[in-house]
Structure formats: structure tokens, C-alpha cells
Design a protein around this ligand. Structure first.
Ligand code: GDP
Ligand code: MN
Length: 399
């Protein structure tokens, strides 16, 4: 789960990371009012969307009067901001953060993420922060410092100081840099984050170190331990089907193809997508319904997959260990009876209560295409999607 910049700044401030004073607004009038409240004569108005690259896309504006803020916000609110990270559809702007503008002296990049090869948290730091950081990191990979953290010891002071030296900050700023880095590391581990990025982290002429931007993402599977973080979820920034699935405890990721997939287990779901591709099809989604899925849960999964209007065929692939084929079959039948759609459905079942499951499908009177193996199911799904009825329903030996 991702959170907004203003939320990340507030979370990180509890760990000793300093940001300029700012306030949130839900309308242009409120944004202007917030600027008057903050005082000063220059502000930065920042669209709050879950994506980077807002500056280049026109979502971050420097303003010098409350009237200007109001005018700019009239243009931001309700609009979709399209950045290089949002995809074509963009992300809706419903909140704007107004912050006291800062005179930047130097701009750094600091990022914390999980490094899978060392299986540790890694801190990336670059002296060339700001909007061009991606180009700079790819052109001059040597300019970025990578520090992996021994989990039992945590981030040590000397390591944080080494990063500060590598960034070339003045002695006066070093201590603030150490506090910022250690705070980020503590926030990362204590809150089960998967990513923290401060870009830019800046120094000012009067010797302060400030986070001008902040991004955080969290491990969904650990959110139950952090109710104050899960509260920060903003569904307006999520893919509607993905958040609907997440609300129902289903793991759904939308993809570009036309064949909807309903599978139990993430590994089997990946294998199903591969097999589908090998058979000449393209999955419309990844979906893991999990173990021990009740008929209701299967029916919910079915409705979510079918709600995607790209879907022209559905492939259900269940290997029932903890699951039960008869429950899955009942879920499929229940959902299909409700929806009365003419989209072809291919079902491959294997494992616990297989015979009962097949019987339920066969006796439902629905035009369900049954398949014997994963490969068979993939081939039938592709044939059904191509409206090749003969290939999709060719005979097979009932197990
Ligand atoms: P992003 O484009 O989504 O990463 O949004 P940022 O919050 O990083 O803002 C984009 C750019 O706006 C930053 O890289 C800075 O160059 C600039 N910016 C943001 N806040 C300030 C500020 O207070 N003062 C100045 N001078 N520039 C700012
Ligand atoms: Mn940024």
C-alpha cells in the first residue's frame, strides 16, 4: 500500500525527519486559506497523487500569492494527473498540499528499499537529487552510494556518517543527515515499509536539512500490525478492481489481455498465466483466491474478474489441496447463474472432491467448458476467446 506525500512527511516526522511547514486542502478556497494560515510569501502547491513525476506533469507549482494558489488549484482539483508513473489514465487530484517554499542550496536523493540479493534493507544515496534523478542514476551509476544494513545491528552511526561524507555535506549538516537516515531506517523496519524515498532531500542556505518530497509504501501483509498506517489508505488512488479485490481479501492485479484468470495460489496463478501465453492467449488479470475458498468467495472472485470489460473468456484453474473442488464448482455455478453473461468459461479442477466438483459443473446446465489439465485448459480458453467453439469444446476423457 502506498500513502500520500503529506502523510509520509507526517509519519517520518515522528522519526525525526524534518520537512517544511505545510497543510492539506480539499478545495481551492481551502488551499488559499491554508497559505494565509502558514504565512510567508512563497508557497509550493502540490497535487497529492500516488505517483512520482508530479513536478514535470504540472502537479507541483511555486506560488507567491493566495489568489495565485486558488487559481492554480481550480485547475488541479478533480483533474487526472498523468505522470510517467501513473499510466495513461492518470490519477485523480482530490487533495492538495500547501507548503512554505524553500530556497534550495543542494538537493540529494535518499531511498530505502529491500535488496533481494543481499536480503537486507539497502539505502541508496545520491548527491544529485531532484527531478532528473532517474537519468542521472542510469547515466552515472557510480555517483550513487549503496549501503546494506545488517538487521541485527541496524543502521550504525558510522554508516550514516559515511553516507553523509559521500554526499559531501558540511559538518553542520552531518548530524542532521545522520538523524534523518537513522529515522528513515527506523520507520522502515518498525512500520514494515517496502520503500521510502526522499527526493529531493535538500539543504538550505541557513544550514537546515529538509525533506521536500517523501514517498512510502508498505507491505500489505503486515498492515494488520499497523492500524494507524492502514487508516491512511486512499482508494481514490487505487485501481478500482484491485481495491475491491483487496477489500475482499483477494489478491488481484489487472493486466492487459482478454482472458480472465481465477486461480488458487500465487505460484499456480503465475504458471497459469505463462501457460496461457504459451497457448497464444494474454491474461486479463492475476488473481489468487487463496486456500480454502468458500463458494461465496469464488463467486466474489468471479464477479471481480467479469467486471473488467476487457474480459472475453474466463479460465478457472484450481488445484484443490486445502480447497475443495465441489465448493469451487458451486461458486462458479452460483456466479454464472447470477450474471447470465455469454462470456465462455473454462474450468479445470484437480484434487480434493474432484468427482463431486465435476458433477456440479456438468449438472448445472450451464455452458461451462471443462478441461483435464492446465495445458488443456489454456488451449481451450484461447480457442474459446477466438470463438473457435469446436476446439474449445473438443471431447476429453472424464477423470
Ligand atoms: P515529484 O515530481 O512528484 O517528485 O514531486 P516533488 O515534491 O519532488 O517536487 C518536484 C520538484 O519541485 C522538486 O524536485 C523540486 O525541484 C521542486 N520543489 C518542491 N518543493 C520546493 C520548494 O519548496 N522550493 C523549491 N525551490 N522547489 C521545490
Ligand atoms: Mn520528488
Amino acid at each position: 500500500m502506498e500513502i500520500h506525500e503529506y502523510q509520509a512527511k507526517e509519519v517520518l516526522s515522528r522519526f525525526g525527519v524534518t520537512a517544511p511547514p505545510g497543510a492539506l486542502a480539499y478545495s481551492p478556497e481551502q488551499a488559499a486559506y491554508r497559505a494565509r494560515e502558514l504565512g510567508g510569501d512563497r508557497w509550493v502547491v502540490k497535487a497529492q497523487v500516488h505517483a512520482g513525476g508530479r513536478g514535470k506533469a504540472g502537479g507541483v507549482k511555486l506560488c507567491s500569492s493566495d489568489q495565485e494558489i486558488q487559481n492554480i488549484c481550480e485547475n488541479l482539483f478533480g483533474r487526472k494527473l498523468v505522470t510517467h508513473q501513473t499510466g495513461q489514465g492518470g490519477k485523480g487530484i482530490y487533495r492538495v498540499y500547501v507548503e512554505a517554499a524553500v530556497e534550495i542550496e543542494r538537493a540529494f536523493y535518499v531511498g530505502l528499499m529491500l535488496d533481494r540479493s543481499s536480503q537486507r534493507v539497502m539505502i541508496l544515496a545520491s548527491p544529485h537529487g531532484g527531478e532528473e534523478v532517474e537519468e542521472i542514476l542510469s547515466q552515472r551509476p557510480g555517483s550513487v552510494t549503496r549501503t546494506t544494513i545488517e538487521p541485527a545491528a541496524g543502521l550504525r552511526d558510522f554508516q550514516a556518517r559515511e553516507i553523509a561524507f559521500a554526499l559531501g555535506v558540511s559538518p553542520a549538516v552531518t548530524q542532521q543527515m545522520v538523524r534523518t537516515l537513522k529515522g528513515c531506517y527506523r520507520a522502515f523496519t518498525e512500520l514494515d515499509a517496502t520503500m521510502i524515498e526522499i527526493n529531493p532531500l535538500v539543504t538550505t542556505a541557513d544550514g537546515r536539512l529538509l525533506a521536500l518530497d517523501a514517498k512510502m509504501a508498505f507491505d500489505d501483509n503486515a498492515l494488520f500490525r499497523h492500524p494507524q498506517i492502514s487508516e491512511l489508505r486512499d482508494k481514490s488512488q487505487e485501481h478500482p478492481l484491485e481495491s475491491r479485490a483487496a477489500d475482499r481479501g483477494l489478491n488481484y492485479v489487472g493486466l492487459g489481455g482478454h482472458i480472465g484468470c481465477i486461480v488458487n495460489g500465487a505460484g499456480l496463478a503465475m504458471a497459469t498465466m505463462d501457460t496461457l501465453k504459451a497457448a497464444g492467449g494474454e491474461p486479463a488479470n492475476f488473481l489468487d483466491i487463496g486456500g480454502g475458498a468458500s463458494p461465496e468467495r469464488v463467486a466474489k472472485a468471479f464477479r471481480i474478474v467479469m467486471a473488467n470489460d476487457r474480459v472475453q473468456a474466463v479460465l478457472v484453474n484450481i488445484f484443490a489441496g486445502i480447497n475443495r473442488c465441489d465448493w469451487v464448482a458451486r461458486g462458479v455455478v452460483q456466479a454464472m447463474q447470477e450474471m447470465q453473461s455469454d462470456i465462455p468459461v473454462v474450468v479445470r479442477l484437480a484434487g480434493t472432491h474432484l468427482v463431486e466438483g465435476q458433477k456440479i459443473l456438468a449438472q448445472s446446465g450451464l455452458p461451462i467448458i471443462r478441461a483435464a489439465t492446465l495445458r488443456d485448459a489454456a488451449e481451450r480458453s484461447v480457442a474459446a476467446w477466438r470463438s473457435d467453439q469446436a476446439q474449445a469444446t473438443k471431447l476429453w476423457a472424464e477423470p
